[in-house]
Every structure is written in C-alpha cells, then in structure tokens.
Write a protein that binds this ligand. Sequence first.
Ligand SMILES: [Zn+2]
Length: 460
Amino acid sequence: MTLDMVIRGGQILTPTGLRDGTVAVQDGRIVAILPPESEPDARETLDAFGAHVLPGAIDIHCHIRSPAYPNRGSVQSETGAAAKGGITTLFEMPITDPCCNSPERVALRRDHFATRSLTDFGMFAAPVELTEAAFFALRDAGAIALKIFTTAAPPDRDREFAGLAWPDTEAQMTVLRLGAKAGLTVFVHAENEALVANATARAAALDRSCAATHGLARPPEAEAAAVASLLAMNMVAGARLHIAHVTSALTVEVLRRFAGTSDFSAETCPHYLSFTEADVARVGVCARINPPIRHEIDRTTLWEALSDGTLAHVTTDHAAFAPEEKAAKEGDFLTAPPGHPGLETLVPTLLDAVVMGTLPMERAWALLAGNAATRFRLPSKGRLAAGADADIIIVDMGEETHITQATLLTNARAISRLTDGRRYKGRILRTILRGETVWNGTAITAPPGIGRFVKPEDPR
Ligand SMILES: [Zn+2]
C-alpha cells in the first residue's frame, strides 16, 4: 500500500511518551507509528531528523467574531494565524453580533467557518432560555460547550451578550443544573458582578491612564469569589464546569481547596504567564484584558498550578480588535476594549517553557492538546496514535521564534503590542491538519475551508 504521508526521523510524542519512529498517515488519519528504520512507500515523505513531532494544539478559547466585525479580521486571517501558531483545532466563543445563542445561529456560524477555516473548529453557544428543551436543542446543534459570564453585559453590547451575561447567582445555578442534564460543558468567565461594579465605581475617581487602575477595578477577590461560588454550587448541580482564564494566586488557592469536590477544570493564558502589570503600563491599553494581567506572585503561582495540575489547560483568549478601536480609548484603562491577540504565541510560550525546563514536554502537550480532547470529548484529536486525526506539528527545539508585529498573520497585528519583539525558544517548522500541510514554515499552503466543524462525542 502507498501511504499518503510519512514523517521520518523525528522524536514523536505518543500517549506513552517520546519515542523515535515514523508516522504513517492515510486518509487524514494516523494509521501507525512505525519503528524508525521502516521506509514505507508514500506519496509525500517529510524528514523530521533532529526535530520533534507533536500533536497540533487545541485552543479551547478563541474570539474571531466573524461574520460580524470584518474590520477585526476574518475566519481566514485568524485561523491562518492559528495554523502558523501550531493550532489545528480551535473553539470559537459566541460573542459576535448577534450573539451565537440559538441552534440556528450555531448552524449559521458553522457554515460560515466551514468554507473559510484553516483549522478544525468547535462552536460555543450562549443559553438564552434557561429551559431543558433549549439546552437540549443547543446540544443537538453540536455546540462544543456553553459559555456564560457571571458579570453583566458591558455598556452598549447587549446584542453581543444576549444569553451570555448571568450576574444573578440563582440563574448561574440553573445553568449548571441544566448543563448537567444536557451533558453540555459550562464554560464560565468568572468575576463577581457586585465586587467588580463597586471596585469600578471607586476606580473611576483614580487616574484612568494608569494601568493599576484597571487592576483595582477588577480585583483578584472578584475572580476568586465568583469561582468559589460556582464551585460550591457545582457540588450540588454536578455539571462539567470549566473556569476560563484564571489570573491570580488567590483563585489558584480556591481551585486547590475545591479539588475533587465536583467535575471542574480551569485554564490560564500566555499573557498571564509571561507578563505583569508593569508590562501593561509599558504597552498601554492594547494590553487591557479582562480579567487583568496581575503581579509577579500571580504569574509564578500560575506556572506552579500548571505543573501540579490545578490548571489543566492553556488557551489563547485571542481577541482581535481594529487598531482604531483601541486607539480611540488610549489613556483610558476603564473603558478600552478588552483583549489581545494570542494565536501565534500560545504554542511558543509552552515550547519555551519546555526548553527552559519549566515543564516537561508531556505536561506541556497535555495542557495544549491532550486534556482538551478528553475534556471536550473529541476522541480523534490531541494525540499521536493509530486511529487519531493526523493533526501534527513539527518543531525544532534548537531554533527560536522571534515575534514582531510584522511577522504576525493575525489581522490584529497592530494591537499585538505585549508580545512585540519577544523571543521564544523553539520554532514551529510545519503544521499539518488531517494529513495536509497548512503551514510550511513560511506560508499558508492549504485552501480556506479545509477546516471542519467538530462537536463533542455524544455522552449518552
Ligand atoms: Zn474570552
């Protein structure tokens, strides 16, 4: 038999650890990991001598927003950035205009992405109606998970947040109960509304051009209190609960205290792992992200939480804005649009940590791919083994990645100020999606629309 593709000579990260071998690919799937000396016939042979062959990353938290807001980027531009960044599957958040909050809108966005995407993709939905029938309908539409905020909708963004903003604790409990019933993962942006609202009101009297004002307006106890409340409720509700973008040592402490009490997971993002409030002050409102980037003790605690398993995922929270949207609010840390691009720095951040000895390779790739595939029930994703999708990146750990705005593929390169000029150990040489090279180290080489919709395996 002539295979479609073989990858020879690399160190392959398999579910049982790193090993030398040859990856055999047929019809978009890995059919075998062969011994290193084997030389099967193939239409395409890739040499990975001296390199690592790793699962493509799964970014479970991404905001592309298309088809709304074309000025912020397109499915093609942002999934291209993802592919360059070593991501082969991403989950798109429901914040768009109008909010992705019904089976019809999930289908509409699914079809929009399906003709344009360069990665596989899942779709979040927001629950508008808190009824069993509505939750079952979102599950049947193939939503990868539900997203909610425990905060109120930001001013003038009601359409984007219709179904997302549930500051009322009773409503949060209902979402958890119904999520459990429907088998839908509940993914939460957790900050306590009253604590944020009161702190923001106090911060309004301070210097809005000062980065610290943002941190004071959204203090770590607002995050930790919301997380503790959700975790306590989930001991009764029994949902699959996921806590988005943990930023603080305080919240890590809460997660540790609730360990084992219900089925929950939590994530953090590269900007909280690489930067502190001093960097936000240096960069300006382009680095305004909710919840805020905090202090050195938080940053180092987040790395510890990745090592000890308190945090099981690292995600981009990629948020593209047009430069004029950030520029209009320069000098105002209370109202500038929150978010920063991250699709091209997620994998480099963890590759760097592996080279520097902060995390073992196996742990880093559990955080980037394996845990996501398990948590969101995508059995063909996130692992290099016979039967899995051939979603693969080839990486040279001896080279480096120099991120500058000019090198980025995201349409939001102009606001990508935090990471500008940063050097990361390790370099992505190639990204392969189901056996097709999407990024060859210098350019996107696959047609838009190669990406496919993914949905969780039925829990029943
Ligand atoms: Zn987000």
